[in-house]
Ligand binder design. Structure first.
Ligand code: ATP
Ligand code: MG
Length: 760
């Protein structure tokens, strides 16, 4: 069919046209045009709306808004939706679900501060980077009473509560998106709604107060987000049988420890360090021998010490108040601050050469002295831990002296593990305070705020772990959505095998297969004393080159074909980060010290170092290896997470960052499109396109189009009328399915019917 034959873009009829134009209070420049509109891609990648003037099949002439007329390849044009569909609430309502149409619809809404849109079952949230008047008690009331049903975090959270009660099934709200896209804010908005609806016992205040605490200790300013979460988080909120919140439990994933000892210029370490330095009382300063930010090497590495619009001293007050509320005693709080000060002072410890073999010892200065005092050991013990390494060889213990770089690594490893133990300990304390009573008979809603897919110019171990996690989550997402589709088809007795669905199991296999998967090979290489990043990369190439999801690159790099696109990883630092060693000496030091919080180290550090050992980890001989590798531990956590999520009804929120400048009012099409692809929104759209997204009951279909029947043989039977209509209009059999109660159509199929109906 030549496009010229149609003079109206085919509208869909499964939605009620809501008087869209008046709703938005403005007019579209194209509103008056009755010609077919098409999307035309400009050289910069953006899409522009053009009007088809003529077409010869392979070539078409279109006019663009500024009056420009172009001759273009017809294959490069994508159909645009009729104006009446501008700014629809749900992308599924679009007749044409192509990328520019989706982009345009989201932008249309975003320009009007309508940041939420549904993509079928998924909520898309576009970061406004400014206050938008969409929250607070009035809105909560409106969603609660269902007087407002437009897409919103409140709406999806409300659905979760209702389904939890109605189906007696635990729910989950899974939030994903790039750094800075708004996941953490979205999670807080959902928590706010839960607290408002399920509050009453007072525990909801405690739950809300965990946010400032975890943000202080686990968030930092990065180049992409002033308040970037450097860990993943699952909070499970429990409800009693009467629908009231009865408690909560938090689980965290993969804290970025390295930030404690090094951060890029323009970024900061964890907020809490700056808050402590700015907000500690004179008495506390004296006790901890606390100096100003500039006196600490770890903080001085970056020239960025403050965040515009943030008062660190005031935040310190907020955090201590929140710690009070979650029942961390003043005494424990002081111990926490002492450990933070110890970390800062550790960074100041320097080393001097003591023999002609370049072995070093820490300089005896204020730094060494203060650290020893704060963690509760002697200076001699600390000195020893920082300048020697005990190795077990057979039954003997050998003491090895350290060189400058080894000593610095040991010092930094100690600082990182003090901090991460402190973080874990805090989460534990919070969990104790929020603990669900013994009568845990009710249900729960879990909120997952986890790093989204990452692809940078240079991708390292962190991206490798994060993208692996996203590959797992994507599978959960796909399978769930596919299942939903399937259920509806099966219910109506149609042949669902015709819905094709792409599983990413093959890519997951690339990661998880034993013994020749990315994770196993990494663990194996990490245990070899002579293993290096290069030998690791070579091993990958040797064993995985035939895998179509893998590609060896030059030097130390390799590429993985993720569901969201190809990512090339540079293996530099992979082995060391995966081993994440803390030497026996440091472990002994921490467990024997009389510092304020020995239980921090006792419960976390030691537990970790004593766990059963992975595969061949013994082989390296040292006590160093008595520990799970980072990826093994992470994989375990992920499996446990997926297991938990699988027993819940999931609700998905995809956060989108409209620009990289954290500024309001800027919508960059290319950037948004790339995220829509990565977080699977277009995939949902694709799944639905490959299925039968347009559904109409036999009755409605017969009523709507019955009068078009040529021989006017309309019977009393809606089904036979429907079939007669389908035949008359030559709708191809593969384009529709007849269910028990409904007709199912592939996208765009009933356009011609609507068209004829409108002309008649
Ligand atoms: P990361 O992965 O780095 O932790 P994130 O996805 O959690 O990023 P957020 O910290 O939630 O991102 O959001 C970044 C910033 O965007 C917030 O600090 C806030 O300024 C702004 N923002 C996000 N969502 C909203 C919203 N709904 N309303 C107003 N501002 C928002
Ligand atoms: Mg965050």
């Amino acid at each position: 069919v030549g496009s010229e034959d149609l003079d109206l873009a085919p509208p869909l009829c499964t939605f009620a046209p809501l008087g869209t134009e008046s709703k938005w209070g403005d007019t579209n420049p194209y509103a008056a045009k009755k010609k077919l509109q098409y999307w035309f891609q400009l050289p910069n990648g953006d899409w522009e709306l053009g009007k088809m003037l003529s077409t010869s099949g392979s070539e078409s002439v279109i006019s663009l808004p500024e009056g420009k007329v172009l001759k273009v390849d017809s294959g490069s044009l994508l159909p645009a939706n009729p104006d009446i569909l501008d700014g629809v609430d749900d992308l599924m309502q679009l007749s044409y679900l192509n990328e520019p149409s989706v982009l345009y619809n989201l932008q249309f809404r975003y320009n009007r501060d309508v940041i939420y849109t549904k993509a079928g079952p998924v909520l898309v949230a576009i970061n406004p980077f400014k206050k938008v008047p969409l929250y607070g008690n009035n809105y909560i009331e409106a969603y609660k009473s269902k007087s407002n049903e437009s897409p919103h975090v409140y709406a999806i959270t409300d659905t979760a509560i209702r389904e939890m009660i109605r189906d007696e099934v635990n729910q989950s709200i899974i939030i994903s998106g790039e750094s800075g896209a708004g996941k953490t804010e979205t999670a807080k908005i959902a928590m706010q709604y839960l607290a408002a609806l399920g509050g009453g016992s007072g525990i909801e205040y405690e739950i809300l107060k965990t946010n400032p605490i975890l943000e202080a200790f686990g968030n930092a300013k990065t180049s992409r987000n002033d308040n970037s979460s450097r860990f993943g988080k699952l909070i499970e909120i429990h409800f009693s049988e009467t629908g009231k919140i009865s408690g909560a439990k938090i689980q965290t994933f993969l804290l970025e420890k390295s930030r404690v000892v090094q951060c890029a210029d323009g970024e900061r370490s964890y907020h809490i360090f700056y808050q402590l330095c700015a907000g500690a009382s004179p008495a506390l300063r004296e006790k901890l021998n606390l100096q100003s930010l500039n006196d600490y090497k770890y903080l001085r590495q970056s020239t960025c010490h403050s965040i515009s619009g943030v008062d660190d001293a005031e935040q310190f007050r907020v955090v201590t108040e929140a710690l009070d509320i979650v029942h961390v005693s003043k005494e424990d709080q002081e111990s926490v601050f002492a450990m933070l000060a110890a970390v800062l002072w550790l960074g100041n410890i320097s080393f001097m050469v003591i023999d002609n073999e370049n072995h070093v010892e820490p300089v005896t200065d204020e730094g060494l002295n203060t650290v020893a005092k704060l963690i509760g050991c002697t200076m001699a013990e600390l000195k020893q831990a920082l300048s020697t390494r005990k190795m077990r060889v057979g039954n003997d213990t050998i003491v090895q002296k350290l060189t400058q770089p080894q000593a610095v690594d040991t010092r930094d490893a100690l600082a990182k593990s003090i901090y991460s133990c402190l973080f874990d300990w805090l989460v534990e304390q919070i969990n104790k305070s929020l603990a669900v009573g013994k009568r845990r008979t009710g249900r729960s809603i879990s909120i997952l705020d986890i790093y989204g897919f990452e692809s940078f110019d240079r991708n390292s171990f962190e991206q490798f772990c994060i993208n692996y996690a996203n590959e797992r989550l994507q599978q959960h997402f796909n399978r769930h959505l596919f299942k939903l589709e399937q259920e509806e088809y099966i219910q109506d007795g149609i042949d669902w095998a015709k819905v094709d669905f792409e599983d990413n199991q093959d890519c997951l296999n690339l990661f998880e297969k034993k013994p020749l998967g990315l994770l196993s090979l990494l663990d194996e290489e990490s245990t070899f004393p002579n293993g290096t990043d290069l030998t690791f990369a070579n091993k990958l190439k040797q064993h995985l080159n035939s895998n179509s999801y893998f590609r060896g690159e030059r030097g130390k790099a390799f590429t993985v074909c993720h569901y969201a696109g190809e990512v090339t990883y540079d293996t530099t630092g992979f082995l060391e980060k995966n081993r994440d060693l803390l030497h026996l000496d440091s472990i002994q030091l921490l467990s024997s010290c009389t510092c304020h919080l020995p239980q921090i180290f006792a419960s976390n550090l030691l537990a970790q170092s004593e766990k059963p050992v992975v595969g061949a980890l013994h082989k390296s001989g040292g006590a160093d290896s008595q520990k799970l590798s980072v990826t093994t531990k992470f994989k375990g956590q992920l499996f446990q997470l997926m297991h938990r999520l699988e027993s819940t009804t999931p609700h998905f929120i995809r956060c989108i960052k409209p620009n990289n400048r954290q500024s309001p009012g800027m919508y960059e099409q290319g950037l948004v499109l790339q995220q829509l692809r990565c977080c699977g929104v277009l995939e949902v759209v694709r799944i639905s396109r490959s299925g039968f997204p347009t559904r109409m009951s036999h009755q409605k279909f017969a009523r709507r189009y019955g009068f078009l029947l040529l021989d006017n043989v309309a019977s009393q039977d809606p089904l036979s009328d429907s079939v007669a209509i389908l035949h008359q209009f030559n709708i191809l059999p593969e384009m529709y399915q007849v269910g028990y109660t409904k007709l199912f159509f592939r996208t765009g199929q009933i356009g011609v019917l609507e068209d004829t109906r409108n002309r008649t």
